[in-house]
Write a protein that binds this ligand. Structure first.
Ligand code: DC
Length: 235
């Protein structure tokens, strides 16, 4: 029987916001000893930078020119998992893992992620992370744009209601203030922007396997994903 480490592949996991794709991707990477990259965290880190530097107005209009000029000064990296087992996103050397998950960033990230120059820069960085394969990356355009040749592509979906419930639970666990309606509206609005933007809109990549995980437990999802992974590495 083939060892899973025989042939290192690229795994692209795309899907809607709060579909649980990051949890699945992180867990798969841990189990098979691959690098995990959360590409959404990179868009969130750029958004945090823009918010901190006054580049996003109260009406969510982004000062695109200012942000594009600042791109060379935005360094994003990932620190290895600490005692909490979570990989931390670093913005210019500062650990921003917690801050990039708050509602203010969530509410402003889609317009930032729609800027072609921002995408171009982050896609190049993502491709650099994946140049030696042995990587699991999750996001919106990983199977379509970042790694169109990935050996395993997964497209995760679940209803907006289910995803809003999950996201609210996560926020409340972190003592963040939010109501179901606010979170639901944010999920629907992000879906709308993510699927209709001109550059790399969220869509199922050719050859991607669809997973509707609305009624699956985490354990069932992991078993399903490991099966697909083993099939892909055996090919
Ligand atoms: O996966 P997430 O919710 O943390 O992603 C945050 C935002 O970044 C989301 O609104 C869409 C955007 N994004 C993107 O445009 N492309 C990616 N590859 C990953 C995320």
């Amino acid at each position: 029987m083939k060892e899973i480490t025989d042939r290192r592949i690229t795994v692209a996991i795309d899907g809607y916001s709060s579909s649980g794709k990051s949890t699945m991707a992180r867990e798969l990477a841990r189990r098979v000893g691959y690098l995990y990259v959360d590409s959404g965290a990179m868009y969130r880190a750029v958004t945090l930078y823009a918010l901190r530097h006054g580049m996003i107005g109260a009406d969510r209009t982004v000062d695109t020119d200012a942000l594009i000029s600042a791109l060379p000064s935005i360094r994003i990296s990932f620190a290895h998992p600490g005692a909490d087992g979570v990989q931390h996103t670093m913005l210019n050397g500062e650990d921003v893992e917690r801050e990039i998950r708050d509602m203010q960033v969530s509410e402003n990230v889609s317009p930032v992620a729609a800027i072609p120059e921002v995408r171009e820069r982050l896609v190049a960085l993502q491709q650099e992370f994946g140049k030696d394969k042995g990587i699991v990356m999750d996001g919106r355009d990983i199977g379509t744009t970042v790694f169109p040749d990935a050996e395993l592509k997964i497209f995760v979906c679940a209803s907006a209601e289910e995803r809003a419930r999950r996201r609210l639970k996560e926020l409340l666990e972190k003592d963040e203030q939010a109501t179901y309606q606010e979170v639901y509206d944010n999920v629907v609005e992000r879906d709308r922007i993510d699927t209709t933007r001109a550059v790399s809109p969220l869509r199922k990549a050719p050859g991607a396997i669809e997973l509707d995980n609305g009624t699956m437990t985490r354990g069932e999802q992991m078993q399903w994903l490991l099966e697909k992974f083993n099939e892909a590495t055996d090919e």
